[in-house]
Design a protein around this ligand. Sequence first.
Ligand SMILES: Nc1ncnc2c1ncn2[C@@H]1O[C@H](COP(=O)(O)OP(=O)(O)OP(=O)(O)O)[C@@H](O)[C@H]1O
Length: 352
Amino acid sequence: MIELLSLTKRYASRRGAPAAATLALDQVTLNVQAGEIFGVIGRSGAGKSTLIRCINLLERPDEGSVRVGGVDLTTLPPRALQQQRQRIGMVFQHFNLLQSRTVAGNVRFPMELAGQRSAAEMDARVDELLALVGLSELRDRHPSQLSGGQKQRVGIARALANDPEVLLCDEATSALDPETTEQILALLGDISRRLRLTILLITHEMHVIHALCDRVAVLERGHIVEQGPVIDVFLHPQHATTRALLAGAGFLLDEGDSPASGHPVLQLTAVGEVARLPLLDTLRQSAGLRVNLLEGRLTRLKGVPVARLRAEVLGAALPLAELPAVVAALGAQARWLGVAPAAAQAAEEVGA
Ligand SMILES: Nc1ncnc2c1ncn2[C@@H]1O[C@H](COP(=O)(O)OP(=O)(O)OP(=O)(O)O)[C@@H](O)[C@H]1O
């Protein structure tokens, strides 16, 4: 649905010296499937805003193409571009509501600009959208009389006014408190399912990605350094930037902090229903496993339970090298952190 091909964007320096230009996007290629929720995450200055603004050509890329629903926007004349933009709704971090208009008036505004519906049709559509975002009661209020979460609901309803196929969300929850963030993320998930909407969002917050997105791309200095299904990227991050972002958000277990005891350290990961099972207890009974639990976490990735724990292994009724296979038979994954027991044993034998 959204295809970005070799997108490059440079900002000229203030004096316009090419040598000092900022390369905000460097050959970015990305495909977002219809109906998918795709997140782009990166640190401040990574190029996220530039990327999202290039998709509806609020910012013109210097090179590359932007196709939305098969139409290359970069080649369109202004009028045709304006029409195509109606297929793309946008939700902003700071809501960007018209203060002089009521809630209903804000939602109506894009339809008035498009000029394709009668007054009665616009009113009916406003009613429908306000019901969808749960704001029917507040239709006559002005933005100054709304909470942040309510303002963002207006922003979402307004973005949907002209029946877009694509919704771009620019840090849509960054100005909201955690509870309101959860509500807005749930609303976006619900809308995407009900309307079969394609959503591309940018964020610097990992929890937004794991709560809402199907796939994620990690942007760093204008490059996509990693991308894939959220569950893969969260459980097996490949790039240092991804690992740092995950660690910063508390999603990575602290691998470096090994206990002084010298016992081998095992990381267990269980995804799906198996995450709810008492894995350590089962291993104690079936394999005589004795552990000292160091760290554990149960979280959800887009509703899927994920359990992860780190434990030092004190002993087992079978060779420790066989433990990962036993864990795999239970439907979970095991990985030795640091030196694996078999390798440690081998190293000792070589040293002896
Ligand atoms: N209008 C501009 N003129 C010059 N440089 C710009 C302009 N807009 C952005 N940049 C630069 O381009 C790079 C990417 O900026 P961008 O705002 O896209 O990053 P970001 O990931 O959205 O950051 P943040 O999360 O802080 O908003 C940065 O180095 C930034 O300083």
